[in-house]
Design a protein around this ligand. Structure first.
Ligand SMILES: N[C@@H](CCC(=O)N[C@@H](CS)C(=O)NCC(=O)O)C(=O)O
Length: 203
């Protein structure tokens, strides 16, 4: 098994954290999905990382599918709840956190285009998703210790990765002042070895 990923992708970080939490050894093949010579399209027609390549050569893609697969191959540190209702809650948390990352990443990509090509309306639309999404995360967390139910799991990983990605790409966003409950959660999560070992590299 090997993981094809970039070190800056929040979706790949989610998978890397899950591998560490579940104590699964898996070599990382680093690639830049935007590079012309990347191997990613050989494994994922969508050309996106992360991709998990299994020993039989088959490929699993989309971080949500990969993390759920990893949870089935090792009983160590269950990340997904067993109960159907709680499981739906976990998936909703993950969908929202991932959606914020997608909108934030879309802004990063748009801002790499030349000034004349950039669309301020498109950027504002994505920024609106980020602002509203973070406010929803904060409202849903309230004063609870963990995002979903009473135990650490995939919802916390997805939210911690999302907040870390905002800090990485948009340090000027003042979400911590507006949402101190999320700031406290992130501080707790960033203290875990799985989070410290997977911090994105300095840019
Ligand atoms: N829903 C996917 C999103 C993956 C994704 O968007 N990855 C980005 C890197 S952060 C990528 O590979 N982008 C390249 C492209 O869109 O061509 C997942 O959860 O794995």
């Amino acid at each position: 098994m090997k993981l094809i990923a970039s070190l800056t992708s929040p979706f790949a970080r989610k998978v890397r954290i899950a591998l560490i939490e579940k104590k699964i050894d898996c070599p990382l093949e680093e690639t830049q999905p935007w590079a012309l010579d990347t191997v990613v399209p050989q494994y994922n027609p969508l050309g996106k990382v992360p991709v998990l390549v299994l020993d039989d050569g088959s490929a699993i893609f989309d971080s949500r599918v990969i993390v759920e697969y990893l949870d089935t191959i090792s009983p160590v540190s269950r990340l997904f709840p067993q109960d159907t209702r709680t499981l739906l809650g976990a998936r909703r948390w993950e969908a929202l956190a991932d959606g914020i990352c997608e909108a934030a990443a879309a802004v990063v990509v748009e801002k790499r285009r030349s000034h004349v090509q950039q669309s301020p309306e498109w950027i504002a639309r994505q920024q609106g998703k980020v602002e509203r999404g973070v406010a929803q995360l904060s409202a849903d967390l309230g004063d609870k210790l963990w995002c979903n139910g009473d135990a650490y799991g995939i919802a916390d990983i997805a939210v911690g990765v999302c907040l870390g990605y905002l800090d990485f790409r948009f340090p000027e966003l003042a979400w911590k002042e507006r949402h101190p409950n999320l700031a406290a959660l992130q501080q707790k999560l960033e203290a875990r070895p799985s989070f410290t070992e997977t911090l994105p590299p300095a840019i």
